[in-house]
Design a protein around this ligand. Structure first.
Ligand code: AMP
Ligand code: TRP
Length: 333
């Protein structure tokens, strides 16, 4: 089956290793399979659900685009665009918002986490964020959506919204419930400081993450300081539940080197931790530094990046306009 792939990344600056290993690396693999049609979106409408500075937002939209290209996405093979350039996303979100139920949205753990203790002060946008995400996906009849593990619940909601629309408007199969594509192993890259919380741009400590634009010395330092424990490297896959930091570093090594975790354990089991950290640092420098360098180079050519987005938006708009017109007709407009 030919897959239609759609995914999005928020332009909130400082893309990190979690974004790369959990999402963008897979985008590239999917794009390079000729049977797939891929659409990758810089979801700028999603990013304003929390306050943004307008100049920084513009810079971050370009930076995320640069990170896509630097990681291997190709605007000739994939449609790359920013969400706000295609009005159908917002229109679709309104219509889908009217079939979504408050109860469904209230169960979303990402909202609970992001809104924190004082939910009354969270923006309405943050609450209905998953409806906009459903609109993104359903407008293109996407069959598969590559995301990190944290987005699984939003995709389940997207399927529910599609089915409710089809049911309410008696239009069977009009909206296509998509399948998530989530890595089986290490779908969630954890913080370098705490193996129980995910690597995130919002962590106040920069030493909790490797940013794609970190310089060599900083990467060396961050891995040196990454939390581990006093025990030697484990020899088997079992009983690592109480050593989440160690498991996370082994996972990062395995994905970056495209090898099975058991092979990584066999290579390093029983050996000194510092040897493993040295090799992990080397691997990170080998894989991440070239991406960071390319991002910085691309950012010097704003016109080039804007052109990629404009051309992509034109192609996306053609597809999305057609679907939204059909949707409006079904609704009765
Ligand atoms: P965001 O930056 O939140 O828009 O996330 C972009 C993509 O990166 C989404 O598919 C997320 O699921 C993924 N992602 C973000 N943080 C991590 C992480 N720590 N581990 C794995 N995937 C992640
Ligand atoms: N919510 C996703 C995140 O924070 C980003 C996103 C927006 C997305 N729209 C999407 C991902 C559509 C996949 C498909 O990571």
């Amino acid at each position: 089956m030919n897959k239609k792939i759609f995914s999005g990344v928020q332009p909130t600056g400082n893309l990190h290793l979690g974004n790369y290993l959990g999402a963008i690396k897979n985008f590239v693999q999917l794009q390079n399979d000729k049977k797939n049609n891929c659409i990758y979106c810089v979801v700028d409408l999603h990013s304003i659900t929390v306050k943004q500075d307008s100049k920084t937002l513009k810079k971050n939209i370009r930076e995320t685009t640069a990170a896509f290209i630097a990681s291997g996405l190709d605007s000739e093979k994939s449609i790359i665009f920013n969400q706000s350039a295609v009005p159908a996303h917002s229109e679709g979100a309104w219509i889908l918002g009217c079939v979504s139920r408050m109860g469904w949205l209230s169960r979303m753990t990402q909202f609970k986490e992001k809104a924190g203790k004082d939910k009354e002060k969270a923006s309405v946008g943050l609450y209905i964020y998953p409806v906009l995400m459903a609109s993104d996906i359903l407008l293109y009849d996407a069959t598969h959506v590559p995301v990190g593990d944290d987005q699984k619940q939003h995709l389940e909601l997207c399927r529910d919204i599609a089915q409710k629309f089809n049911h309410d408007f008696m239009s069977p199969n009009f909206l296509k419930p998509p399948e998530p594509l989530i890595q089986k192993e290490f779908a969630r890259i954890m913080s370098l400081k705490d193996g129980n919380s995910k690597m995130s741009k919002s962590d106040p400590s920069d030493f909790s993450r490797i940013n794609l634009t970190d310089e060599k010395d900083l990467i060396i330092n961050k891995i040196k300081k990454a939390k581990t424990d006093a025990m030697p490297m484990p020899e088997s896959t079992d009983n690592l539940d109480d050593r989440p930091e160690v498991l996370n570093l082994l996972g990062i090594y395995s994905i970056l080197s495209n090898q099975n975790i058991n092979k990584t354990k066999a290579d390093f089991g029983g050996k000194n931790f510092s040897l493993f950290k040295d090799q992990l640092t080397e691997l990170l420098i080998d894989k991440i530094i070239p991406i960071g360098k390319k991002i910085k180079d691309l950012l010097k050519d704003e016109k080039y990046l804007d052109e990629i987005l404009n051309k992509g938006a034109e192609k996306a708009d053609k597809l999305a306009s057609k679907k939204i017109e059909e949707m409006k007709t079904i609704v009765g407009f």
